[in-house]
Design a protein around this ligand. Structure first.
Ligand code: SAH
Ligand code: SF4
Length: 354
């Protein structure tokens, strides 16, 4: 396994310093930056405007492959591809490419595991291992960007909805976002990157203060504290009223529409009462609701709502003037829910070792 420095972990200043140490002029950093983030070079060896000796020196110290591919899964319609990567310290992360019409959306991880413990979530069920570095977040994007460029395509959207809670790893996640949106780096529009959060209130306020342009999605999943406490432990720390205050603050500061995520769980949070409470909470707000029938996971006995219940929930919400979309669970047949591929692979490894 590789213990070389992950080249994507270096800031532009770090890179400039590294090259100075190697006795290289300043403009080399710019050249390498372009190779990494604009040409999507797979390796230092491809950086043909560097001397062979510099490429050799760099190859001995840095890598653009900070993890190894363990397995991939394709959905039966071929539109969703999920990759499981192994990090040098034995942790796993998942990245998903979703292809729909002209969109090429990546769902990326920000942590190995997650500390938030949402009961219905496969990542929450495995617990927290560690934050991903900036370079590990970037490398997931570049991995698929390279793959797409081979067929003349590009990453068009990114959602931070893989493993982990992005705002629990604020610095690294937002440093990666800055590099993904920088015109001289990956150059993706800020509006094309969605950060999904379980609702870490101080981090949402910081995000608002920083006037961030990347859209925010809030994983709400219940409209009463009694119900949300059962699903999302962090709700006990920042209950719905406190969370909503922070969201209003964000909308005030940025004038950005907010998205709410709602995994519909049969007989739990899909009742008309929950729809009404949600309607009351969101009435008149600059927002949209994504309804996603629950993806069943190993350690939680909840089931997805039936199409009839989904429709009834959506209709009730519409009575409050709240717009919503029922999200098709693309790639459900490949366990595209976050954390689920790792679960299966780790279980198989354990069985093999028994
Ligand atoms: N930690 C962040 C982002 C990662 S989870 C967050 O919670 O928002 C991405 C989305 O998947 C969240 O909306 C989360 O609630 C949802 N999710 C997790 N497990 C799910 C499941 N089993 N079925 C449906 N959605 C799920
Ligand atoms: Fe973590 Fe999000 Fe899963 Fe909750 S839903 S455990 S915050 S990854």
């Amino acid at each position: 396994m590789n213990t070389l420095t992950n080249l994507y972990d270096l800031s532009f200043d770090d890179l400039t310093q590294l090259l100075a140490q190697l006795g290289e002029p300043n403009f080399r950093a710019r050249q390498i930056w372009q190779w990494l983030y604009q040409q999507h070079a797979a390796d230092v060896s491809e950086m043909t405007n560097l001397s062979k000796s510099l490429r050799d020196e760099l190859a001995a110290a840095v890598t653009t492959h900070p993890f190894t591919l363990v397995t991939t899964q394709h959905s039966s319609d071929g539109q969703t591809k999920k990759a499981l990567f192994l990090l040098p310290d034995g942790n796993y992360i998942e990245t998903v490419l979703m292809q729909y019409n002209k969109r090429r959306t990546l769902c990326i991880s920000t942590q190995a595991g997650c500390a938030m413990g949402c009961v219905f979530c496969a990542t929450g069920q495995m617990g927290f291992f560690r934050n991903l570095t900036v370079g590990e977040i970037m490398a997931q994007v570049l991995y698929f960007a390279r793959e797409l460029s081979q067929v003349g395509e590009r990453v068009t959207n990114i959602v931070m909805m893989g493993m982990g809670e992005p705002l629990h790893n604020y610095e690294n996640t937002l440093t990666a976002v800055d590099r993904l949106t920088a015109p001289d780096a990956f150059n993706l529009g800020a509006r094309k990157i969605t950060i999904s959060t379980v609702g870490l209130v101080p981090a949402i306020r910081r995000y608002a203060d920083e006037q961030r342009q990347t859209p925010l999605a809030i994983s709400l999943h219940a409209a009463t504290d009694a119900e949300r406490n059962k699903l999302i432990p962090i709700n006990k720390r920042w209950p719905i009223a406190v969370l909503m205050d922070a969201i209003h603050y964000y909308i005030e500061k940025t004038n950005r529409r907010i998205t709410f995520e709602w995994a519909l769980i049969n007989g739990k949070n899909d009742t008309l009462e929950q729809a009404q409470k949600l309607g009351e909470l969101l009435r008149g707000m600059l927002c949209h609701v994504n309804l996603i029938p629950l993806n069943p996971t190993a350690a939680y006995n909840g089931m997805p709502s039936s199409p009839e219940r989904v429709e009834a929930f959506q209709q009730e919400l519409a009575r409050y003037g709240v717009s919503s979309t029922v999200r098709v669970r693309r790639g459900i047949d490949i366990q595209a829910g976050c954390g689920q591929l790792r679960d299966r692979v780790v279980q198989n490894l354990q069985k093999a070792n028994d």
